[in-house]
Design a protein around this ligand. Structure first.
Ligand code: F6P
Length: 343
């Protein structure tokens, strides 16, 4: 069999581990692998490279993706699906493995419906796909965020400041929730639960009154105060999947807090630092296993499926089902964080 592989959407630590898993398993089965460059864009320009064992020898340790990525949405491009079919035919690809989040896998599902053999591997640092317990990249992201929070504790404590830290997470607050708990944030704010600025200020005041000299707040980029109807954005631009560029909630909240509590307040945006650098052991292992599993699915001709982790076992679900629902933070999970908050 001749396999194709591409990585789409935002990069995530562990992508190269998946590529390694795919190439090693394919090699064992005598399959060839073609790596398509820069996500779905490669279906338009045909850019690809052959991938052999020597190409993946050392990549498990590397962050990012050796194939490059893009947010090109094939479904929005005129004759995009047809162009993809022509490209895949010209490269003699029997099955295309797409590694990506809901957007990338949504395109893979559409391609499958239009007659192309596709298989999906879920990826997102946001960990917000309902169809899998974990996506690789998330563990690395929360560990980076936790380390940053650790560092912010010492400077906030020295200056007796409130520090508002903005973390990634458009619709789901998993990064703020888990990095916030691990990194000992005193207040955690997520997109799933609108927050009241006065309530936050009261928590800070209570800490001050009880002799606590500083406060760390972890806030998801998509978190929304009750007083606003819309998320804060960097600009009005949307990407080809219709996502706005979020950003600014930490700065906005820091100003509100300083005004209302008179406590000196600073904000920090961790941004793409959360996605950069070497993957954690968990993400290297999960990525490798998902890569091996994707090729096993191709061998079984289970096209139109995506790899899914349930507990510690890998299964598969249909691509269509797999991208249907976002996994958001439940009220119960947030209630756990609330118990820790303000202390
Ligand atoms: O989807 C993953 C993610 O990291 C989100 O958390 C974030 O909002 C977005 O990507 C950032 O996208 P970009 O890399 O295009 O700025």
């Amino acid at each position: 069999m001749r396999l194709g592989v591409l990585t789409g959407g935002g990069d995530a630590p562990g992508l190269n581990a998946v590529i390694r898993g795919i190439v090693i398993k394919a090699n064992q089965l005598g399959y060839s692998v073609t790596g398509f460059l820069s996500g779905w864009r490669s279906m338009l320009d045909g850019k690809s490279i052959p991938l052999g064992l020597e190409d993946v020898e050392t990549i498990v340790r590397k962050g990012g993706t050796i194939l490059g990525t893009s947010r090109t949405n094939l479904a929005k491009i005129e004759n995009g699906m047809e162009k993809a079919k022509v490209t895949l035919k010209s490269k003699n690809i029997d099955c295309l493995i797409a590694i990506g989040g809901e957007d990338t896998l949504g395109v893979a599902a559409k391609l499958f419906k239009s007659g192309v053999n596709t298989i999906g591997v879920p990826k997102t640092i946001d960990n917000d796909l309902e169809s899998t317990d974990y996506t690789f990249g998330f563990d690395t992201a929360i560990n980076i965020a936790m380390e940053c929070l650790d560092r912010l504790h010492t400077t906030a404590e020295s200056h007796h400041r409130v520090m508002v830290v903005e973390l990634m997470g458009r619709h789901a607050g998993w990064i703020a929730l888990e990095a916030g708990i691990a990194g000992d944030a005193h207040i955690i704010l997520i997109p799933e639960q609108k927050f009241d600025v006065d309530e936050i200020c009261n928590m800070i005041q209570k800490r001050v009154d009880s002799g606590k000299t500083y406060t760390i707040i972890a806030v998801s980029e998509g978190a929304l105060p009750k007083s606003l109807d819309q998320n804060l954005t960097k600009d009005n631009e949307v990407d080809s999947f219709g996502h706005i560029k979020l950003g600014g909630i930490a700065e906005w909240l820091a100003k509100q807090i300083e005004q209302k509590t008179k406590q000196e307040t600073r904000h920090t945006v961790l941004g793409h630092i959360q996605r950069g650098g070497a993957p954690s052991a968990f993400d290297r292992v999960l990525g490798t296993r998902m890569g091996l599993k994707a090729v096993a699915l191709a061998e079984e001709k289970k096209f139109g499926q995506m790899v899914s982790l349930r507990g510690t076992e890998l299964f598969s679900v249909s691509l269509e089902e797999g991208v249907k629902k976002l996994k958001t933070v439940s009220e119960e999970r947030y209630a756990e964080a609330r118990i820790l908050m303000g202390k």
